[in-house]
Design a protein around this ligand. Structure first.
Ligand SMILES: [Zn+2]
Length: 483
């Protein structure tokens, strides 16, 4: 008996429970209905879109850049989106993807239990499973800090990148039109690529929690020689431009031969000139990197010429045209406290931190001298490098002076070898005052104390035959154009 009674009671209880559950659902349903389905889809697609590579640019162009990061990760998620006018971009992207998701594969819209937050969390989980890549074309007035902020990237990763960039100082001279490719994984910046030109990239890669390491990519491409022949009409630069040379190249020639001919006074109408320029190509595209190989000017009855041989210019007889470099930017009484070392590791993190220069133990205020003739290309302040100067010494060489207390030159100024350019200091993040001096040869840091730099004043006897051969090749290149 009692068992039957119990069964009845159980049935009643179950019925009550079921009714209340159904009632609950009925009262809940209108609420669920109020969730605008378009909002749900938007939320989902926003998250999905976040996970896909986004091309960010202010210009109306579509970037089709191959992404080595994705290739190396085995991802094939490159999706070229139409760009919109706003970097934070959305409408065009959002719209295009709404149509993409309406094919039901992402959201099974079958149950009323699907809420915005559920969809968002599913999408966020999906987003984590592959890296997000952002291509950012640098605009006029952009700073690295502002770009990081705009893309919602952490200050911590910005400082970690700046810390490793101390060894290249590439991010200090970003220019409009260059591209930054950011790769994020699970909300963290894992890779940054700066595309300086088609031939030159710097890649910063995360190595665990402690920071980034960098890699410089220099593609040699193909150097094709172009010949320019002209007659002097009004000025040399005007005539050179007419013959097809750039203003920069005309100025370079004038500065190279300034000790041999006065470019504003000595030319006569009817004087002729021949120039060979090598221009770098990758495929059929010019990279913007050029090199003047040979110049020959017939001025009245005399010939003035310059030929590039092993990184330096010589005249027809093999005598050096440029003034040579000196090894040291400071007096010989200051000892070297740390030598050039491309394989140096950070003592704490163990990350590769090449020492791309030579340190001199100089007290604050020590005079620093230019090691070669050139033009000041940078006077900047860097969080880690401190106040520093960069001098462009012709086409092949570049010198840098870090941790200064005072700069005595300004950007664009022409300097002579031996000219006092700065006072040493302890600016930037360093343990004690010193001068860090760098020499770069064709974009690569070399040991300034041992590098094979032009210090000789003439071609050595053993090299005469090779030099003659190089001269004959230059002359032959001009002859070919004439015929
Ligand atoms: Zn140093």
């Amino acid at each position: 008996m009692s068992s039957i009674k119990n069964n009845k009671l159980q049935l009643v209880l179950m019925w009550v429970l079921l009714t209340s559950v159904l009632l609950g659902i009925f009262t809940l349903l209108p609420v669920s209905d109020k969730v605008d389905t378009s909002t749900v889809i938007k939320a989902a697609t926003k998250a999905v879109i976040k996970a896909a590579p986004i091309v960010v640019t202010n210009e109306s162009q579509v970037n089709t850049v191959s992404l080595p990061a994705e290739q190396s990760l085995g991802q094939t998620s490159t999706r070229s989106l139409e760009t919109s006018s706003e970097p934070s971009s959305g409408l065009a992207a959002e719209r295009s993807s709404v149509s993409a998701v309406s094919t039901d594969s992402v959201i099974p819209a079958t149950t009323a239990m699907v809420t915005e937050s559920v969809v968002a969390s599913i999408a966020a989980e999906l987003a984590k499973s592959y890296p997000k890549t952002i291509n950012y074309v640098i605009q006029k007035g952009d700073t690295l800090g502002a770009i990081f902020e705009q893309l919602d990237l952490s200050q911590k990763s910005l400082y970690q990148i700046l810390e490793v960039d101390l060894n290249v100082l590439a991010l200090d001279s970003i220019k409009p039109g260059q591209m930054l490719i950011f790769t994020e994984f699970e909300g963290e910046l894992t890779r940054l690529e700066l595309q300086i030109s088609l031939a030159h990239q710097v890649i910063y890669k995360r190595q665990g929690d402690s920071g980034f390491e960098f890699e410089q990519v220099n593609i040699d491409g193909e150097w094709r020689e172009h010949s320019y022949i002209g007659k002097v009409e009004y000025s040399f630069s005007g005539s050179a431009k007419k013959a097809g040379l750039s203003l920069f190249e005309a100025q370079f020639i004038a500065s190279l031969l300034k000790d041999k001919i006065n470019f504003s006074r000595d030319f006569r109408i009817g004087d002729t000139f021949k120039v060979l320029v090598s221009r770098q190509y990758i495929g059929d595209q010019l990279t913007g990197e050029n090199r003047i190989d040979a110049v020959s000017i017939n001025n009245r009855s005399r010939n003035i010429s310059a030929y590039l041989y092993e990184g330096a210019y010589y005249d027809e007889a093999g005598l050096s045209i440029e003034r040579a470099f000196v090894r040291r930017p400071v007096s010989s009484k200051y000892r070297i406290s740390s030598s050039f070392n491309p394989k140096r590791l950070h003592p704490v993190t163990g990350l590769l931190r090449p020492h791309n220069g030579t340190d001199f133990a100089t007290p604050i205020g020590t005079p620093i001298f230019a090691t070669g003739d050139g033009v000041v290309s940078r006077v900047l302040n860097h969080k880690y490098a401190g106040l520093y100067i960069e001098i462009s010494n012709g086409q092949t060489y570049r010198t840098r002076f870090l941790h200064l207390s005072k700069a005595l030159v300004r950007k664009g100024q022409r300097v002579k070898r031996g000219q006092k350019i700065a006072l040493s200091g302890n600016s930037g993040r360093i343990t004690g005052p010193h001068l860090h001096y760098e020499l770069h040869m064709r974009g690569r840091a070399v040991n300034a104390m041992t590098a094979d730099i032009p210090i000789a004043s003439a071609i050595d006897k053993r090299q005469q035959a090779a030099f003659k051969l190089a001269l004959n090749n230059y002359h032959a290149a001009w002859e070919q154009v004439k015929s």
